[in-house]
Design a protein. Structure first.
Length: 412
């Protein structure tokens, strides 16, 4: 039986991969002089060698006394010299070798299972919960390995239950959103026909109420679409149609669409660009338009009367950087890390506007990330917010489309 069978082994359920670095959990090499193995080794050598050396000393001393009692001193000296030069040297060497072997076995029996536990922790930290430490030991280290396995197993079961619940939730949201979208779309066109006078002439009061109903219906449709987009993102079915687009035209189209809303609130909306007007890059036109919509919606809705929104675009290295700066309410400092989270709305935003899903920026971040770009922000409460996002000018930086995304695109 080899040492690995004695001390246990790590059971691997899948091939070795780059562990530790990706998980932010890296085990650094410990210098031999400060390692646990070296300390146990040296201590064991001392504990084994010193008693053996003392035993040899007392044996020699007893032999010397015995010889001096029955023999002349010169004879004793010659006999001792012969013993020391031959037999004692061999015995001393044997003692040293045995002490070293004993120390190595002791140190290895303790440090090897600890090293196995460290390796198992690295795999778990990398997200692989199928790893288990198998030990036949019944001492404290064996108990530690057992409790480690139990903890990892329970965590894996909890994670699987959470994933199952999340999948059920996503399926429910998808079905509910689809069921809601059909009657909402029908209601939209009925209200539109009435507002356009196709169902008969309306009084000013009737027109006002119908307009409010139409706008509320539009918000409901956007909310349902956001829920559908969230489900598709979570399931990897948020399809993209990448092609060459004139990006400045898309930005200007979104600004033109939101200009009436800005004027209605009393916000000045301005666009500045140092990028070429005919700049083309590979992107999904509809998704990039959605990004601009989501950011402009926040910049205008949470602004002050007589406030400003400045949209700028410029080439920076290999990317196009777009900035949307507003003079609105900003985001409180202690809430800023949640800005791109699902369903998050800042506390001051809720006080100003009760309506909103908190999904827009989460969707926006996923769209920009899928294009190989980045998104970040700078914000100060009561002073305003600047959102920066980049899009690669070169196609090489765009992530490859996954199989599930391609299936969704083909089915669209």
């Amino acid at each position: 039986m080899n040492s690995s069978q004695k001390n246990g082994s790590v059971q691997k359920a899948r091939p070795e991969k780059n562990l530790g670095h990706d998980a932010g959990f890296e085990v650094k090499a410990v210098p031999f002089g400060t390692s646990l193995f070296s300390r146990i080794f040296v201590s064991s050598v001392i504990l084994a060698f010193v008693p053996a050396a003392l035993l040899a000393y007392f044996i020699i001393r007893a032999a010397t006394k015995l010889l001096t009692r029955y023999a002349r001193p010169d004879v004793v000296a010659d006999a001792l010299a012969e013993v020391v030069s031959s037999q004692l040297l061999i015995a001393g060497g044997g003692i040293v070798i045995l002490a070293v072997l004993f120390a190595y076995v002791c140190a290895r029996s303790i440090t090897r299972p600890i090293a196995m536990l460290i390796d198992a922790v690295r795999h778990v930290a990398a997200g692989d919960f199928s790893f288990k430490v198998s030990m036949k030991r019944t001492d404290e280290i064996g108990q530690l390995a057992h409790f480690f396995n139990v903890t990892v197993e329970r965590f894996r079961e909890t994670q699987e239950r959470g994933l199952a619940l999340s999948q059920i939730k996503s399926q429910f949201v998808t079905v509910a959103a689809h069921q809601l979208r059909t009657p909402l779309s029908a209601m939209k066109w009925i209200l539109r026909l009435m507002l356009d006078g196709d169902m008969g002439e309306l009084t000013d009061k009737q027109s006002e109420f119908l307009q409010q109903g139409y706008q509320t219906n539009e918000r409901m449709i956007r909310l349902v679409n956001d829920f559908l987009d969230i489900s598709r993102i979570e399931e990897g079915r948020f399809g993209f149609h990448f092609k060459k687009i004139r990006i400045i035209d898309i930005i200007q189209k979104a600004i033109k669409e939101w200009l009436p809303q800005a004027e209605l609130i009393g916000v000045t909306l301005v666009f500045e660009s140092t990028a070429p007007a005919d700049l083309e890059l590979i992107a999904d036109e509809d998704r990039i338009y959605m990004v601009m919509e989501n950011i402009l919606d926040n910049a205008i809705r949470y602004n002050h009367k007589d406030g400003d929104v400045l949209v700028s675009a410029a080439i920076t290295g290999d990317v196009l950087e777009v900035r949307i700066t507003d003079t609105g309410i900003g985001v409180p400092l202690d809430e800023q890390e949640k800005l791109f989270s699902r369903f998050y709305r800042a506390s001051n935003a809720i006080r100003q506007q009760t309506e909103g899903s908190g999904l827009g920026l989460f969707i926006t971040k996923n769209i920009i990330g899928r294009h190989g770009g980045t998104i970040r922000f700078m914000t100060t409460e009561n002073k305003g917010t600047t959102v920066f996002f980049t899009l690669p000018v070169k196609e090489d930086f765009i992530k490859k489309q996954t199989a599930s995304e391609q299936m969704f695109v083909d089915a669209a």
